[in-house]
Design a protein around this ligand. Structure first.
Ligand code: G4P
Length: 524
């Protein structure tokens, strides 16, 4: 734990969810509590943002999809809360995964009626890879939801983590009465309202008062359920949560601002302050005196005529100061930043200093790549998240012979931003772009045209997975590469990648070449 109070009070986290589960609504309510906005409805949905600051690209406006990640920060009680917003569209899942490298904990929002959905599962996998502490918020309890015990089992099985309810719902949908707080032992009665925060009542559940409040039948049912919970789930242990072993669960309705205050209060209390970050050379402690940080995200600028970008830097240790020279490890160069920015809900401001845990935006003209490290002189390399095998692949071709150079530069820079992955087929030299979803191809095409004045054309290539390969047996590796020469490619780091065109081919390859390891992520 950090000993510097400035660092200790920071809570840097992301709210993640399958689209439509209620991430935007919950974020908005947090901002309401943080005093960043005054009325509900001020934050536009991630999908149809019209004026919000993270709406940086024309394409977002055109398509009504927020592509970029932004940061919102506010003070709450004695804490400084940094929320990292993530793209609302699942085609940009890779962006979300990358953002998760910069957070110290995560709140996962689950729709009470739908339970665990595809995207929730994948996000949890990424959290598990890094042992990120997770709190689960089961949302939309004002609608008919699944049985809470079934939901608990589902969360545990599907997300592969132990769960421990800290609040418990009394019915759902039209019969929803509220939640019982197992931590503070009080009852929070539900009144549907987007603005008002409902009052909590201290109720001794063994007394008649509970019956008076929610009716005899429901009171009896609740007593029975609470007894069962105490019997089934072990006492909540904060250390287990911090190790990423147990996820506390809250129930509520983000839209109605119900159950959100409990969540936020418990969150600031138990969520970790900035955690130590592993670099290749050593583990960096947040309260080390010297500044270190890494770039986890690069986004295009608001002004489409101006190609400069913003690189998001997570401060890992010490204090970052404006105009002080820092060491850019990959370039082996010192640089200073005269206008670093921090982000509020609706605006960004220049900052003079930032502490470990904070996110700062650095104006970038192609100096940064995702994963770049800044220090006060030490040669450190923070390790980002590995690239995952893309789901979709296309050949990218030049559609304007006069603009070959612009196209190459555009592709290069967009890949540096982490928009998609590039593989070069070793057999025919053709460039293959791999993405998570169709939309990324459209973003690339659009941005190449508008920012780099280059035109591209997509051509189909039927591939199943990209596998990074390695082996202790160089002869076998060579034999494999020779046999599969048409399907061998290099990624941008020059690593060998096998482009399997079907699951069957991959399976056969795994059987025939027993000493070769096929990895679906770029780090192993
Ligand atoms: P997302 O960012 O995770 O995609 O979810 P978002 O908050 O945008 O919520 C998705 C939809 O679910 C929205 O409805 C929102 O109003 C609704 N919603 C969120 N929380 C609750 C809740 O606690 N109860 C109920 N009943 N609904 C909830 P929409 O129709 O898509 O948009 P809007 O017209 O309401 O803005």
């Amino acid at each position: 734990m950090a000993t510097n109070p400035e660092i200790e009070r920071r809570r840097t986290f992301a709210i993640v969810a399958h689209p439509d589960a209620g991430k935007t609504s919950l974020t908005e309510k947090f901002l309401l509590f943080g005093g960043q906005i005054q009325v509900a409805g001020a934050v536009k949905s991630n999908k149809i943002k019209k004026t919000a600051t993270s709406d940086w690209m024309d394409i977002e406006k055109q398509r009504g999809i927020s592509v970029t990640t932004s940061v919102m920060e506010f003070d709450y009680k004695d804490y400084k809360v940094n929320i990292l917003d993530t793209p609302g569209h699942q085609d940009f899942a890779e962006d979300t995964y990358r953002t998760l490298t910069a957070v110290d904990s995560v709140i996962i929002v689950v729709d009470g009626a739908k339970g665990v959905e595809t995207q929730t599962r994948k996000l949890m996998e990424v959290c598990r890879m890094r042992n990120t502490p997770v709190i689960i918020f089961v949302n939309k309890m004002d609608r008919e939801a699944k049985d809470p015990f079934d939901l608990m089992d589902e969360l545990e099985e599907e997300l592969v983590i132990q769960v421990r309810p800290l609040t418990w719902p009394i019915e759902s949908g039209p019969r929803f009465k509220g939640v019982y707080n197992l931590y503070e032992h009080n009852l929070n009665l539900f009144q549907p309202s987007k603005q008002v925060v409902t009052e909590k009542v201290e109720v001794d559940i063994t007394t008649e008062e509970l019956d008076n409040r929610i009716g005899h039948d429901l009171a009896d049912k609740l007593r029975g359920e609470l007894e069962l919970i105490e019997g089934v789930y072990p006492e909540f242990n904060v250390d287990e949560y911090l190790k990423g072993e147990v996820a506390p669960v809250f129930f509520g309705s983000a839209l109605n601002n119900f159950g959100v205050e409990e969540l936020l209060n418990t969150f600031v209390e138990i969520a970790p302050s900035p955690r130590p970050v592993k670099a290749e050379e050593r583990t960096v402690q947040p309260d080390e005196a010297k500044f270190t940080g890494f770039i986890f995200k690069i986004t295009a600028n608001i002004d489409p005529n101006h190609r400069s970008c913003i690189a998001f830097c997570k401060v890992c240790s010490g204090k970052f100061s404006r105009n002080v020279p820092y060491y850019h490890v990959r370039h082996d160069k010192t640089m200073r930043f005269s206008s670093p920015t921090q982000f509020m809900a609706q605006r960004k401001t220049t900052v003079d200093e930032a502490w470990a845990g904070d996110i700062i935006g650095l104006p970038d003209n192609g100096t940064f790549k995702i994963g770049d490290t800044l220090t006060e002189g030490e040669k450190l390399h923070f390790r980002g998240l590995p690239s995952f095998s893309p789901e979709m692949f296309k050949y990218i071709e030049n559609a304007d012979p006069m603009k070959q150079k612009q196209l190459a530069k555009g592709i290069d820079q967009l890949m540096d931003e982490g928009v998609a992955q590039l593989f070069v087929n070793q057999f025919n030299g053709r460039k293959i772009i791999g993405t998570v979803g169709q939309l990324q191809f459209e973003v690339i095409q659009y941005r190449l045209e508008h920012e780099y004045n280059a035109k591209c054309r997509w051509e189909p290539v039927s591939l199943y997975k990209a596998c990074w390969i390695e082996s202790d047996d160089p002869t076998e590796l060579e034999a494999f590469k020779k046999r599969k020469y048409q399907y061998m490619a290099k990624d941008r780091e020059g690593r060998d990648v096998f482009l399997a065109d079907s699951g069957y081919v991959l399976q056969m390859a795994q059987m025939d070449f027993k000493h070769i390891k096929f990895h679906f992520t770029s780090e192993f």
